[in-house]
Design a binder for this molecule. Structure first.
Ligand code: PMP
Length: 437
């Protein structure tokens, strides 16, 4: 072997620089335990696909294979199926985006679109501004392209535009190269916060003034329960107000099925060309089979009603979570009340550490994701993300009761001994696991 490594991984010294930032956190091992059925997992962001009409979907797939099987099982275009791109235009109408099929690139989940946009825009060291906290899967992508990630504080309206403008100026003053602003405006993962109309304009204005690309990630936009300043309509996408400066990412993972891995990017013309070339280099083309399944589903099934079914399911679960938190959590614990999506962000009483507490929580048969996973720099120990999308409401209530017991115990221990045990997470976010979604 030409490159001396170590016994665990003889290739360790041969990896590219960009692979060195790819680390698995120690909490991964705990999540293997957390997937046991007796553990209530408030950790995973898994959509409740059992709410789908699986018989109808099976018929759609059988029909597709019988009538158009030769096309469905063939290679397709790097940009994606044109019929589906046309339908995606209709799916985005409620968030105010008017897009021509040529503006759209279909991807293998929006995760791949995140990868492609970063590949096309970011050289090593380029700065990406993200919310504090931000989506773990996006942080993993930015790290893998060796971007400098700068977290910008959020308030109850989401990403703070004043702090964003300051962060951009400070980065420039340090000689860094700002490249893009990554934001999840609606039903944020993990913060459970939504930007209102004014806030969206303010953020767009900062991006425009600084000539920075705005990357708008919106997988949850159609899954709202409460009015967040847009009346009965879903939150209006930022892209709806600037088609030249914003790349918008959408996904069928939460509105249809995450297992089909179909998402998309809507981009200005030149960017779209680059994304298609980058996509061809990565995967040749997205799966025709998956795209045509989604396309037939949209054409033949009542998908708008199905989204209402999903939304109602998640609303009930959100209510179960918030009610149980209110009832059981000790004083000093606070949390966000999401108006849609899958997540609430909980702040522990001062002095408690969600990463250190996780083994104890899993012993008490409840799991969550510690806040550190949603920052690149090891901050976030006082926070945790709670997902209510997957467990039934009574399980959520039981999970919160268990978690409150653990927090209570931890408070007692801290009062008696100070913080005594720590589980060190490898610095920064790991590459995403199903539990960290
Ligand atoms: N962005 C955000 C904010 C997410 O929460 C997720 C998945 N949880 C994704 C992107 C990726 O979704 P997918 O690749 O399934 O479309």
């Amino acid at each position: 072997m030409s490159v001396p490594g170590n016994r665990l991984d003889p290739w360790i010294n041969a990896y590219a620089q960009r692979a060195r930032g790819m680390t698995a956190s120690e909490i991964r091992a705990l999540f293997a335990v957390a997937s046991r059925p007796e553990v209530v997992s408030l950790a995973g962001g898994m959509p409740y696909v059992s709410a789908l009409n699986l018989d109808a979907l099976a018929d759609t797939v059988a029909d597709l294979l019988r009538t158009e099987g030769a096309q469905a099982l063939q290679y397709g275009s790097g940009q994606g199926d044109v019929t589906l791109r046309d339908q995606i235009g209709q799916v985005m109408a409620p968030v105010g985006i008017q897009a021509h099929p040529d503006d759209i690139v279909v991807t293998t989940g929006s995760q791949m679109a995140l990868d492609l946009v970063t590949r096309v825009f970011c050289d090593p060291g380029d700065v990406v501004f993200v919310e504090a906290p931000s989506y773990v899967g996006a942080l993993g992508v930015f790290r893998s392209y060796e971007c400098t990630v700068i977290h910008v504080p959020m308030d109850e309206q989401g990403l703070n535009p004043v702090a964003l403008a300051e962060a951009i100026s400070s980065a420039r003053a340090l000689g860094l190269q700002p490249k893009m602003i990554y934001t999840i405006p609606s039903f944020h993962n993990p913060a459970g916060i939504t930007q209102g109309p004014d806030r969206r304009h303010e953020i767009l204005e900062v991006a425009q003034r600084n000539n920075l690309l705005l990357l708008e990630d919106d997988p949850y936009g159609l899954l709202g329960f409460d009015d967040v300043g847009f009346g009965d309509a879903p939150p209006r996408a930022i892209r709806a107000d600037d088609a030249d400066g914003v790349v918008y990412l959408g996904s069928f993972s939460k509105t249809i099925a995450s297992g089909l891995r179909v998402g998309w990017a809507v981009a200005p013309h030149g960017v779209r060309e680059k994304l298609v070339l980058a996509a061809e280099a990565a995967v040749l083309c997205p799966s025709n089979y998956a795209q045509m399944t989604i396309s037939s589903y949209l054409a033949t099934q009542p998908w708008r009603e199905q989204i209402k079914v999903f939304t109602e399911t998640y609303r009930q679960r959100r209510d179960a979570l918030l009610g149980a938190l209110q009832q059981h959590m000790p004083t000093g614990t606070t949390w966000t009340a999401p108006a849609g999506g899958f997540y609430s962000w909980l702040t522990l009483p001062a002095g408690l550490d969600a990463t250190a507490m996780l083994p104890r929580a899993i012993t008490a048969l409840v799991a969550y994701v510690p806040g550190t996973g949603f920052f690149v720099d090891g901050q976030g120990r006082q926070y945790m993300r709670l997902s209510y999308c997957y467990p039934e409401p009574d399980r959520i209530i039981e999970g919160v009761r268990r978690l409150a017991g653990v927090i209570d115990e931890e408070l007692q221990l801290t009062r008696t001994f100070g913080t005594s045990h720590t589980l060190h997470q490898a610095n920064g976010p790991s590459t995403p696991t199903p539990d960290l979604q």
